[in-house]
Write a protein that binds this ligand. Structure first.
Ligand SMILES: NC(=O)c1ccc[n+]([C@@H]2O[C@H](COP(=O)([O-])OP(=O)(O)OC[C@H]3O[C@@H](n4cnc5c(N)ncnc54)[C@H](O)[C@@H]3O)[C@@H](O)[C@H]2O)c1
Length: 261
């Protein structure tokens, strides 16, 4: 039996940002299956509504919060809406992000506007949502899980994404700094560094990477990741099974980093 089926988040309330599609959507479904009431935030209302409907159809409890996390006021509003709906907060999954297809390029080619967008959505929103969330977690403790990337550790010759890499490196530093500050409040803060996962963010490369992996190149486990692979990792870090883990990051990339030369 997996963690979700053992009710690992029963009685808990979780905010998941970027829950309309991909990793956030998979996490919403899994966290709800694990017993959490989920407050789901995203910019894209129709897709978010589908996630909420799917959670409810499976017997879970969800509330939908339309928010543009590039806007500071919306970040605080996400937490306020979640607490209004469910009266407490135990878990925050900071997952929303913009990727290489939008904010790709080198320092020479990326526009200032796209550089700022990468930092605003991938890092600044994490700061602003966390700032609003921490006071609600302080009394009973909690878990914050930040989605970083293997791009925090390495560049790419074929698919340069300097703004994205910088934002994800900052996510790891912020994770460690927050873990140091909030441990005494019983709040654990950890990060996940996904490799190539089959989502909208990798639509331009996923087939090529998958084919290469099948032929023995790039990913030792021989496949790209699925959103559920990361959702299960997030559930573990959010659950009491990770009760002594804080300030850590888990690389979930099918072994690709370990195998890179
Ligand atoms: N897919 C991968 O290979 C991969 C690898 C490493 C890290 N990640 C990270 O995983 C996270 C989830 O991405 P995904 O792969 O599931 O892609 P995705 O595009 O399916 O999900 C990202 C979600 O964030 C939302 N979002 C984007 N900008 C927003 C904004 N301004 N306000 C509110 N919501 C916004 C999108 O609408 C979307 O639902 C991101 O932080 C991404 O950087 C993904």
């Amino acid at each position: 039996m997996g963690l979700a089926d053992s009710g690992a988040l029963r009685g808990k309330v979780a905010i998941i940002t970027g829950a309309a599609t991909g990793i956030g959507r998979a996490s919403a479904l899994l966290f709800a299956r694990a017993g959490a009431q989920v407050a789901l935030a995203d910019l894209r209302e129709p897709e978010l509504a589908l996630t909420v409907a799917e959670v409810r159809a499976a017997g879970g409890e969800a509330t939908s919060i339309t928010a543009d996390l590039a806007r500071p006021d919306d970040c605080a509003a996400v937490v306020a809406a979640a607490v209004r709906a469910f009266s407490r907060l135990d878990v925050l999954l900071n997952n929303a992000g913009v990727g290489t297809m939008v904010v790709g390029g080198t320092v020479e080619t990326i526009s200032l506007e796209h550089w700022d967008l990468a930092q605003d959505v991938n890092v600044r929103a994490m700061y602003l949502v966390s700032r609003a969330a921490v006071p609600h977690m302080r009394s009973a403790g909690g878990a914050i899980v930040n989605i970083a990337s293997v791009s925090a550790f390495r560049g790419s010759v074929e698919r340069p994404s300097h703004a994205y890499a910088a934002s994800k490196g900052a996510v790891l530093s912020l994770t460690r700094a927050m873990a140091a500050s909030y441990g005494r409040d019983g709040i654990r803060v950890n990060a996940i560094c996904p490799g190539t996962i089959r989502t909208r963010l990798t639509a331009d490369i996923v087939n090529r990477v998958e084919q290469a992996a099948k032929e023995g190149h790039g990913i030792p486990l021989g496949r790209v990741g699925e959103p559920e692979d990361i959702a299960r990792c997030a559930l573990f870090l959010a659950s009491d099974d990770a009760s002594f883990i804080s300030g850590a990051h888990i690389v979930a990339d099918g072994g690709a980093m370990a195998a890179s030369t």
